[in-house]
Design a protein around this ligand. Structure first.
Ligand code: MG
Length: 378
C-alpha cells in the first residue's frame, strides 16, 4: 500500500462537519458513497472532491460559451451559463452557511446543476427534444446525469466522474428520475440549490434585459416585486441615476428573496421539529418562498416570459440557432462516420440519434456555429 503522504492523521472534514453542521444537514460521514469504490482522502472530504471533479470537467468549462438567455453576439455584459452557475453557487452557499447545511455538497450540486444544457439555451434543448422525440427525448437535467455518469472521460478507473450518491440523487431529483415514494423529499442541500437557481434568474434576467434595452425601467413598475424593491431602495437613496438605481434594485431583489427564504426555512424547521435528515425526507419541501414572495415571483416570471423570453430580437436569433442544430442532427444521423471517434464509440450502445445528440449537446454556441459551417459546406 503506498504511503499517503498527505495524511493528517485525522479526518478534518468529519471533525469540521461534526462541529459546524446542523443535525438535519447531510454529513459526509453518512454518505452512501460512490458507485466505484475509491480510497478516501484525509485532507479533502467526499463532497469537496465532487465539487473539484465537476469544476475540472470539460463540460463545466464549456459553460462559459453557452447561452443562458441572451446569446454571445448580443454583448459581453449579460450572464452566460457559467456566470449564472457561479451566481447560483454563491447564493446557495450563503443559504447553506446561514442554515448550517453542508456547503461542500451545496457547491457541488450548484456547479453541476446546468452542466447538461446544450448550446443556444432553451431553444437548443427544444430542438434536441424534437429530434429525439422517438427515442426518449432530451432534457438538460437528464443530460447532466449522462455527462457525470458516462460521458466525461477523465479517470482511467471508471467512466464519468464517479460522484457521491447524494450529488447524483440531487441531480436525479431535478431530472424527475427518483422514486419519491422511496426516498421522500430531497435533502435540504438539494432544496436550497433549487431555490438559489430561481433567486438568481429572477434577479439577473431583468438586469440583463435592461442592459440590452429589451426592457425599460418604467415598464418594470407594473411588476409588484420590482416596484416594491425599488420603493425600498428609494427610502435609502434619493439621488441615484438610472444605472445606479437598477443595480441597487437588483441587489435588493436578491437580498429580499434570500432573507425571505431563510426566515421561512428556519420557521419550518422549528415548527416541524426537524432534527435529522430522516425528518427532512419525511417533511414536505421546506425551502420555499413565503406566499407573498412566491406570488410576486410568479408575476415577474410571467412578465419576463411575455416581454423578454419571447422578445422578437431573441426569437429571430433562436430560430437561426435552432435550424443549425436541426441541420447538424440531420447530417450526422445520416452519416455517423462524421461523428468524432468518442461519439461513434457510443453508437453500439445508445444508437445513432442519442450519440449525435450527446455530441451536439456538448457543443458551445461558438463551436456549434463553426461545426455547422463545416458539416454543411460541400
Ligand atoms: Mg440554472
Amino acid at each position: 500500500m503506498p504511503l499517503d503522504v498527505m495524511s493528517l492523521g485525522f479526518d478534518i472534514t468529519r471533525e469540521r462537519e461534526a462541529a459546524l453542521l446542523a443535525p438535519f444537514a447531510m454529513h459526509s460521514a453518512d454518505s452512501a458513497g460512490r458507485k466505484h469504490l475509491e480510497r478516501s482522502q484525509s485532507y479533502r472530504g467526499p463532497y469537496q472532491r465532487d465539487r473539484d471533479r465537476i469544476l475540472h470537467s470539460a463540460a463545466f468549462r464549456r459553460l462559459s460559451h453557452k447561452t443562458q438567455v441572451f446569446t454571445g453576439e448580443m454583448g459581453d455584459y449579460h450572464r452566460t451559463r457559467l456566470t449564472h452557475t457561479l451566481e447560483v453557487a454563491s447564493i446557495a452557499r450563503t443559504l447553506a452557511r446561514a442554515l448550517r447545511l453542508n456547503e461542500d455538497l451545496v457547491e457541488a450540486l450548484a456547479l453541476a446543476h446546468d452542466i447538461g444544457h446544450p448550446p443556444f439555451g432553451h431553444s437548443g434543448e427544444d430542438v434536441l427534444d424534437e429530434c429525439l422525440s422517438n427515442g426518449g427525448g432530451f432534457d438538460h437535467n437528464r443530460q447532466a446525469l449522462r455527462i457525470v455518469e458516462l460521458l466525461e472521460n477523465r479517470y482511467p478507473e471508471f467512466p464519468g466522474l464517479n460522484l457521491s450518491a447524494e450529488v447524483l440523487e440531487g441531480q436525479s431529483h431535478r431530472a424527475g428520475k427518483e422514486d419519491k415514494n422511496q426516498i421522500g423529499s430531497p435533502l435540504l442541500e438539494v432544496q436550497i440549490v433549487d431555490a438559489a437557481d430561481s433567486i438568481a434568474y429572477d434577479s439577473h434576467d431583468v438586469d440583463d434585459a435592461l442592459e440590452l434595452g429589451l426592457l425599460q425601467l418604467a415598464q418594470l413598475l407594473e411588476v409588484p416585486l420590482w416596484r416594491e424593491a425599488a420603493a425600498r431602495v428609494q427610502t435609502r437613496f434619493t439621488d441615484l441615476d438610472d444605472h445606479q438605481l437598477r443595480r441597487a434594485i437588483v441587489h435588493e431583489l436578491i437580498n429580499w428573496q434570500v432573507s425571505d427564504l431563510l426566515s421561512i426555512v428556519a420557521k419550518e424547521i422549528e415548527d416541524r421539529n426537524i432534527g435529522s435528515v430522516a425528518d427532512v425526507r419525511q417533511a414536505p419541501i421546506l425551502a420555499k418562498p413565503s406566499p407573498e414572495v412566491a406570488e410576486h415571483k410568479l408575476r415577474l416570471e410571467r412578465f419576463l416570459y411575455d416581454r423578454v423570453y419571447h422578445h422578437p430580437a431573441l426569437r429571430a436569433q433562436r430560430d437561426l440557432a435552432a435550424q443549425k442544430l436541426r441541420d447538424m442532427f440531420q447530417v450526422l444521423t445520416s452519416d455517423s462516420s462524421r461523428l468524432p471517434a468518442k461519439f461513434q464509440a457510443r453508437v453500439a450502445q445508445d444508437g445513432v440519434p442519442r450519440a449525435v445528440a450527446d455530441y451536439l449537446a456538448g457543443m458551445t454556441d461558438r463551436f456549434a456555429v463553426e461545426e455547422h459551417r463545416r458539416l454543411t459546406s460541400a
